[in-house]
Design a protein around this ligand. Structure first.
Ligand code: SF4
Ligand code: SF4
Length: 232
């Protein structure tokens, strides 16, 4: 990703589709009142907007404030001036050096680009788990015909997966597949690049985000699937 260190949120606003300028903020505090994180480690959306107006972008980049936001967007729905606060937060995240992105997020992005999923699960393990979960579903009365549909063409739904459903929470997959089967819903799972959680979106990494979205679009076109189901 291009190092945008010299850039500011204001410079990047057109690129990031931040339509309503932070300068329009009238400091009413409506955003802060509705924000579930206000007060947590000094976080406050009004303060973030104020710092951007004052040109204190680097201070934000070097703090943990942008990473506290859940991106729930309550603030911007409430803002009377229509200020795109999540766009601002995500832009700040994008200005952070990738080795300073907290936790597993950027590592997960790298693994996803390399292996097609955020945890780097090898394809043979994925195949084994999917088959195994499919067999578990088929063991239940009324589901004997079930088999996990991999790369099926013309299905109604492309079912991208949250890595944790494959890694540790297989029972949730069982529930999903039983519902689909009981509803006679046609769905399919991609055999590769199956990750549905786009951490590039969360980390402000536009290029990686686009790559991951592009893979899903490719699946839908190739398999001629009509609808997409995201895991979250
Ligand atoms: S998007 Fe972030 S700043 Fe806005 S309400 Fe949610 S947590 Fe608070
Ligand atoms: S709600 Fe909008 S106008 Fe009011 S303080 Fe927050 S960003 Fe500024």
């Amino acid at each position: 990703m291009e190092n945008s260190k010299d850039k500011t949120v204001k410079d990047l606003a057109p690129l990031r589709d931040i339509k309503s300028s932070p300068e329009l903020c009238m400091s009413c505090g409506t955003c802060s009142a509705g924000c579930p994180i206000t007060g947590q480690d000094g976080f406050d959306p009004r303060k973030i907007v104020g710092m951007v107006i004052e040109g204190r972008d680097q201070e934000l980049v070097e703090s943990n404030l942008p990473w506290l936001c859940t991106m729930c967007a309550k603030c911007e729905h409430a803002c009377p001036m229509g200020i795109n606060i999540t766009g601002i937060v995500r832009t700040i995240r994008g200005l952070v050096d990738r080795d300073k992105v907290p936790g597993m997020i950027h590592k997960g992005v790298e693994l996803c680009l390399e292996t097609g999923n955020n945890i780097g699960l090898p394809s043979e393990d994925f195949d084994f788990i999917i088959e195994d979960v499919g067999e578990e579903v088929a063991e239940e009365e009324g589901y004997e015909e079930f088999a996990a549909p991999i790369d099926k063409e013309n299905a109604n739904i492309l079912h991208t997966l949250h890595n944790k459903l494959v890694n540790t929470q297989n029972e949730d997959l069982v529930h999903w597949w039983k519902i689909f089967h009981a509803a006679d819903e046609s769905f399919t799972i991609p055999s590769e690049n199956w990750e549905g959680v786009n951490w590039g979106l969360f980390s402000g990494d536009d290029e990686s985000m686009k790559t991951v979205v592009g893979r899903i679009v490719e699946h839908m076109e190739k398999l001629k699937v009509k609808n997409l189901m995201y895991p979250e």
